[in-house]
Design a protein around this ligand. Structure first.
Ligand SMILES: Cc1cc2nc3c(=O)[nH]c(=O)nc-3n(C[C@H](O)[C@H](O)[C@H](O)COP(=O)(O)OP(=O)(O)OC[C@H]3O[C@@H](n4cnc5c(N)ncnc54)[C@H](O)[C@@H]3O)c2cc1C
Length: 272
């Protein structure tokens, strides 16, 4: 018999989390595979504060317990996120699986987490002690490790409202549908007045964590397309040095080749 609490408000959820060692349970599509009768689960699917998708002046704020179907149905969802989510599993899983679960499972293959990294989104982590908002790239601390404290919940993801429309996204799997990524890649190139004001890329399913190297992408920022062409080979060489895929069922060489091909294609599709 599995123990569980059903929280019906954020306060209730945080109180449970502070009092006892409970495992947050959103859609359960990761947890149900390894259900453990010694664990007490804290159900989050009826916490209203975690179910909204709203916007404020700067951000689209996505509740962590929003399902992939909620994401697809909201008119506020940026196109890059909608496209990635539409490639996740099948409708039955998309009706249950949440963005919060996708981020907190710590998998480098997590398709929505890739987009939140490629867009430098922020995470709102809340406990009964208070709250903090951190850049998502500070959340991942190596293989299956995250910065989430034992009494915290991921409550919201904050995505920029602007500058995300010129995007590139590819998920390479064993087949076109119902596939876990073998390699995934997402990127944004944002130009204003003929200059690149932002370049953000992320590679999934390659290493222990999703790879997001703002320092390398910075090589293109502030440049025109013509100026970016001049540093293109140096930019590609920097990634060629830094992407070191782990070995798995898919060879590291294959993953590396696909990453570099996608990165080059992203540049070329933008005239670089
Ligand atoms: C058949 C199948 C196909 C799949 N295909 C894909 C795919 O194509 N792409 C993909 O990315 N994933 C895929 N997945 C994996 C899974 O569906 C996703 O990772 C999903 O987003 C998990 O969300 P969930 O709400 O079900 O998480 P849960 O199983 O409820 O939780 C996952 C982890 O996150 C923690 N957690 C959940 N919410 C919070 C929170 N708010 N705060 C703190 N911790 C939290 C839980 O404690 C647990 O450790 C697939 C799974 C299955 C079973």
């Amino acid at each position: 018999m599995v123990n569980s609490y059903q929280a019906t408000s954020l306060k209730e959820a945080l109180d449970f989390r502070a009092k006892a060692a409970v495992t947050p349970y959103a859609g359960g599509t990761d947890l149900m595979i390894k259900a453990d009768e010694n664990v007490t689960y804290l159900f989050l699917n009826k916490v209203p504060e975690m179910k909204n998708i709203v916007e404020d002046t700067d951000y689209i704020r996505i509740g962590a317990a929003c399902t992939f179907t909620d994401i697809l149905e909201s008119k506020l969802t940026p196109a890059i996120l909608k496209e990635a989510v539409s490639h996740i599993a099948a409708p039955a899983i998309r009706n249950l699986g949440t963005v919060g679960g996708n981020i907190c499972n710590g998998s480098p293959k997590a398709d929505s987490a890739l987009i939140f990294l490629a867009t430098d989104s922020k995470l709102r982590l809340v406990s009964s002690r208070g709250e903090r908002v951190i850049p998502i790239n500070e959340f991942y601390l190596g293989r299956k490790k995250t910065a989430l404290q034992a009494d915290e919940l991921l409550v919201e993801i904050l995505m920029s409202r602007v500058g995300l429309s010129n995007y590139y996204y590819k998920k390479v799997g064993a087949r076109n549908a119902l596939a876990i990524a073998r390699v995934s890649f997402a990127a944004i190139l944002h130009l204003e007045n003929g200059k690149i004001v932002n370049c953000m890329t992320a590679f999934g399913a390659v290493s222990d964590d999703i790879i997001r190297r703002a320092d390398i992408d910075g090589m293109l920022i502030g440049k025109t397309i013509e100026e970016a062409k001049v540093v293109k080979e140096d930019y590609l060489a920097a990634y060629d040095r830094e992407i070191v895929p782990i070995r798995g069922r898919i060879s590291a060489e294959y993953r590396k080749t696909v990453c570099m091909n996608l990165l080059r294609d992203f540049l070329e599709s933008n005239g670089i």
